[in-house]
Design a protein around this ligand. Structure first.
Ligand code: NAD
Length: 386
């Protein structure tokens, strides 16, 4: 069938299989163009199908030459509706990697569950023996516990309500949005979903099953951002979860450090992904940031970020961390000159001048590319197998 984008709010409910394949192909081309590194050769990526996790998997495979096992939570097509982009991305990645002589298998299911952890361990045992790197790149709206309790993550402030400029991407209008403050329960639930408890559970399960090699590395992803977005991000519910994620990296190091396992949190750049486009206020910041970083020639997407993680931060002799022990891939985003220009534009931006002051086209290019649309070398008028 002919597949067209159907955008609903910050989501597109269709995905183009050929376009998703093109998205993956381009990321693989970029990774292949990087200098090869001595990297882990057997890598488990939890949250491997889109955004940072997909780019991590591609970097592991095409910079490090690794066999990869991915975990994702994606929907197949039912014959009428398209599959989710992560599903098509993964099919494409597996096809490319297998053709290139790399092992690439993916488990589709709830990473929070014991069943999926057990299946992953069985698969590692039978196919890989052990893994020497675990990338934790989940971005989930909810978590179901073994007893059926469901925790829902929210994107709210903590403390008092917060009002700031925001952008309605449907109408291209800049307006003032107020983000309400979260209750204690909402904060706790967000920490349950997006904090480090499940990362720790994974590490415990892998260690107990003896499928982690000596000196295995594990990395999870975080964000800090500029002071402008602190109330909605760093000091918000999601920021509390990220704080817990970092504390979990320290716990993993305390518990398993002696056996050689090292845990890191990498603070990545703000980028348009399915998870991040849902955060209020942040998309306007993205569009302004993209404009400035592109003008400075240091804009990066997920694959450029993850390639830099591999080639400059993690496997360049010794891991490069800040004074708190975090890897900083947000170094260029948060540099003084970039942020001074962001703040200058932020103070001036309105509905009337947004197209001139922000990278609206760049934002939408990334948005549509995530779902496999608007690639100039794909003929979207043709029928495709969904
Ligand atoms: P994303 O939405 O593109 O990817 C999320 C991944 O998690 C997908 O592979 C999805 O299938 C998987 N997933 C979700 N729920 C799952 C479940 N229950 N079981 C198994 N898999 C599940 O998100 P992203 O933006 O790439 O985020 C990945 C990580 O990077 C998050 O921790 C996020 O906070 C962090 N991060 C994102 C940004 C950004 O601006 N996008 C910046 C810094 C850090």
């Amino acid at each position: 069938m002919v597949v067209e984008p159907k955008v609903k709010g910050f989501l597109c409910i269709t995905a183009h299989p050929e376009g998703c394949k093109e998205n993956v192909r381009r990321q693989i081309e970029y990774a292949k163009s990087q200098e090869k590194r001595e990297c882990p050769k057997k890598v488990l990526v939890i949250g491997s199908s889109t955004g940072y996790g997909l780019a991590s998997r591609i970097s592991a495979a095409y910079i490090g030459g690794a066999d990869t096992l991915g975990i994702m939570f994606e929907k197949e097509s039912n014959g009428k509706r398209t599959a989710t982009p992560g599903y098509y991305n993964t099919k494409a990645f597996e096809e490319f990697a297998t053709k290139d002589g790399l092992y690439a298998k993916t488990i589709n299911g709830d990473a929070f569950s014991k069943e999926i952890k057990d299946l992953t361990i069985e698969t590692i045992k039978s196919d890989l023996g052990k893994v020497d790197m675990v990338i934790y790149s989940l971005a989930a709206p909810r978590r179901t516990m073994a007893d059926g309790t469901v925790y829902q993550s929210t994107l709210k402030t903590t403390g008092k309500d917060f009002t700031e400029k925001s952008w309605n991407v449907d109408t291209n209008v800049v307006f003032e949005a107020t983000i309400p403050s979260a209750t204690e329960e909402e904060i706790e639930a967000t920490v349950k979903v997006m904090g480090g408890e499940d990362w720790m559970d994974w590490m415990d399960a892998l260690k107990e099953a003896d499928v982690l090699s000596d000196e295995a590395i594990t990395v999870a992803y975080s964000y800090i951002g500029p002071e402008l977005t602190y109330p909605v991000y760093n000091h918000g519910t999601i920021g509390m979860a990220k704080k817990h994620l970092f504390e979990s990296s320290q716990k993993i190091n305390e518990k398993y450090g002696e056996s050689g396992v090292k845990a890191y949190v990498s603070v990545n750049k703000a980028l348009v992904t399915q998870a991040s486009s849902a955060i209020p206020i942040v998309p306007l910041y993205f569009a302004v940031l993209y404009k400035i970083m592109k003008a400075h020639g240091n804009h990066e997407g997920c694959i450029e970020q993850m390639a830099r993680l591999y080639t400059e931060k993690l496997f360049n002799g010794a891991p490069v961390v800040d004074e708190t022990g975090k890897i900083r891939l947000d170094d260029w985003e948060l540099s003084e000159d970039i942020q001074a220009e962001v703040m200058d534009i932020w103070s001036k931006i309105t509905t009337e001048n947004i197209n001139e002051l922000a990278d609206v086209d760049g934002y939408f290019e990334d948005f549509y590319h995530m779902f496999g649309f608007k690639f100039d070398n794909i003929d979207y008028s043709k029928d495709v197998e969904i």
